[in-house]
Ligand binder design. Structure first.
Ligand code: BGC
Length: 516
């Protein structure tokens, strides 16, 4: 998701006018009667290795960019914390699987730590203890018929590779796809859904262009674009390896997960700006993979080339993909993996000129963003409440890319803690309802994943933002997990395959239903 710090603000009047427009039009229904899910629809929850595992240097694991960042620059993290222990899932995985059973999940999405499996970062040495941990987790899940959906890369790059440029070095295409091949070999007989990479935009934009995520390079308008090119090719290479060498025997699916917040073009005047904001922020990854033509979005190619020339560069800062590369990337995702949290309003006028550093993606795009009135519910401003934006986004994906099968791989809401999380309950109900509206109009959405199953290390926000259906007590040595109200509401949705707006838990005692 995209943090609030990125948002600039305009007048209250504009807020009100625009909010009325976003809330009142179109076929977004927000229907209040109980709503059924299509037959076969699947439900899960998600986490990621660095955010929950802990055991940062145990059993042969080496340093990732997040270990390095948190240990060398703790002021980069809001509460100065780190993921050294996190939710301690490395030791508590059986309790994690018990929570999956309590919730009655169809699947659980988690990620593999590259430096835990390959301590040298390369395939010359495989860390058996790390492999054993993932086998234990997967086997425990399979025992209860819970499908593992495995993300190969969720941001914890081996620090050694970062020293060599990380995602800005084109050799990452080999380094990453070698790691992916090792994962297919080790776990492919048990894992039937692979996510190559989680949220490229956050990796490249926040990590290479800005200082919001490790490695916090802050080389905007250059390193972020190099990262984007290399990442797309690395993803595509892993896809082709799986497709040719493993799929015939292992019969699974492989796809990428993109983070897409919706930039609203409801307000006519800024339609072009909003379309281009969607292009720059997420279609930079979806267009090369899902469009008929492939390649970066035309609006991006044009704007970055023009700006680069004006600035005296000899070529566009957005690297060119040659025809073979375009063909290599196109079509390399069996599903559209989608992470979504909230939306933005945009504007583009004279006041935006000179607003951003040059060069930068923000300056290349030349669009300012802000939130509508009433979009913040609860104490935290890390996520906004804009369910209709989710509907619009899903509709746009259906229209732009010929209705690809979508798996919602993350959606969720931040609080500052507490077990009676009514704001989160409201958020989930409205967002799920917005998704059902898109499904009713023909969007091929097959699964929904709540982020997150439990509280965890929320990157640069440390433990200050809580996303869990289960609260984790980070001050207890046992990292005690306690279900929040939202856990009971989600469980009811999963159990009944129905969204009931009025359901209230009879008690707050969690049990495992028969058959789980
Ligand atoms: C990421 C998660 C993160 C969540 C909430 C997504 O961008 O994939 O790792 O915790 O959003 O911010």
């Amino acid at each position: 998701m995209r943090p609030v710090e990125m948002c600039s603000h305009t007048s209250l009047l504009l807020f009100v006018i625009l909010n009325v427009v976003l809330v009142n039009s179109s076929k977004y229904q927000n229907q209040r009667s109980p709503r059924k899910f299509p037959v076969g629809f699947r439900f899960g929850t998600a986490t990621a290795a660095y955010q929950v595992e802990g055991a940062w240097n145990e059993d042969g694991k080496t340093e990732s960019i997040w270990d390095y960042l948190t240990h060398t620059n703790s002021s980069a993290i809001r509460d100065g914390s780190n993921g050294d222990i996190a939710a301690d899932s490395y030791h508590l995985y059986k309790r994690d699987v018990e929570m999956m059973r309590e919730l009655g999940l169809d699947y659980y999405r988690f990620s593999l730590s590259w430096p835990r499996i390959l301590p040298t970062a390369f395939p010359d040495k495989i860390n058996e203890a790390g492999v054993k941990y993932y086998n234990n987790l997967i086997d425990e899940m399979l025992k209860y018929n819970i499908e593992p959906i495995v993300t190969i890369y969720h941001w914890d790059l081996p620090q050694k590779l970062q020293k060599m440029g990380g995602w800005s070095n084109p050799y990452i295409i080999d380094w990453y796809s070698d790691f992916a091949r090792v994962c297919f070999k080790l776990f492919g007989h048990k894992v039937k859904k692979w996510i190559t990479i989680n949220e490229p935009a956050q990796i490249c934009d926040f990590g290479y262009g800005r200082d919001l995520l490790a490695p916090m390079l802050q080389i905007p308008g250059v390193a972020d674009y190099l990262c984007a090119r290399n990442l797309l090719l690395a993803h595509a290479k892993a896809y082709h390896i799986y497709d040719k060498e493993f799929r015939p025997k292992q019969n699974g699916a492989i796809f990428i997960t993109l983070s897409a917040q919706f930039y609203s073009y409801e307000f006519g005047k800024y339609k072009e700006a909003a379309l281009e904001a969607n292009d720059f922020n997420w279609a930079i990854y979806s267009y090369p993979i899902f469009s008929k033509t492939g390649d970066f979005p035309p609006s991006m190619k044009k704007r970055v080339a023009r700006k680069s020339a004006e600035q005296g560069f000899f070529r566009s800062r957005l690297p060119e993909l040659n025809p073979e590369e375009i063909a290599f990337i196109k079509g390399t995702s069996d599903y559209f993996g989608l992470n979504h949290y909230f939306s933005f309003y945009v504007y583009r006028n004279d006041s935006v000129n000179g607003m951003f550093e040059t060069p930068s993606t923000d300056d290349d795009l030349g669009v300012a963003t802000y939130f509508g009135e009433g979009w913040q519910i609860g104490e935290s401003n890390a996520t906004m409440f804009v369910p209709k934006g989710f509907y619009y986004l899903l509709t746009k994906i259906r229209n732009d890319y010929n209705n690809p099968p979508v798996l919602v791989t993350e959606n969720g809401f931040a609080t500052r803690g507490g077990l009676r999380d009514d704001d989160r309950v409201t958020y989930y109900r409205y967002y799920i309802s917005a998704m059902l509206d898109a499904i009713a109009e023909g969007s091929d959405i097959r699964a929904y994943t709540a982020w997150s199953m439990m509280d965890n290390f929320e990157w640069a926000a440390g433990y200050t933002e809580r996303f869990g259906l289960y609260e984790v007590d980070f001050s207890s040595p046992n990292r005690t997990r306690t279900p929040r109200k939202s856990a009971f509401i989600y469980k009811q949705i999963v159990r009944t395959r129905e969204l009931d707006w009025d359901y209230e838990p009879e008690s707050y005692v969690m049990t495992i239903d028969k058959g789980h």
